[in-house]
Ligand binder design. Sequence first.
Ligand code: HEM
Length: 93
Amino acid sequence: TKGERIFFMFSSAGHDEAYFEAPETFDIKRNTGPSLPFGAGPHFCGGAAVARSLITEVALPKLFAACPDLRLHGEVPFTGWAFRGPTKMPVAW
Ligand code: HEM
C-alpha cells in the first residue's frame, strides 16, 4: 500500500530459477549478466567500477601473490537476510 516501506532482496533475485539454472550450485563459469550485485536503474551503485577494480585488480592479486598456496580449510557457512554472506571462512596457506 502507499507509503509502505519495502526492501528489494538482491540476493533473492540472484537465485531466480527463471534466470539462473541451478542457482544454489556454485558455477564459476555461469553467465552472471542478469544478476544485480550493484543494483540497477537510477540507483545503480555509484562505486561499482571502483569496487570491481579494487577487488579484482588490487586486493585479490596481492593476496594470491603473497599466499600462493591459499585454500579453504573448513566449512564456510552463509547466513544473513538482506546482506547475506559468509560468517567465517577458515583458510590455510
Ligand atoms: C563490492 C562492493 C559494493 C557492492 C556489492 C555495492 C552494492 C550496491 C548496491 C546493491 C546499491 C544499490 C542500492 C539501492 O538500489 O538502493 C549500491 C548503491 C550505491 N553504492 Fe555501492 N556497492 C559496493 C561498493 C561501493 C563503493 C566502493 C562505493 C563508493 C566508492 C559505492 C557507492 C554507492 C553509491 C553512491 C550508491 C547509491 C547510488 C544511488 O542511489 O544513486 N558502492 N551499491
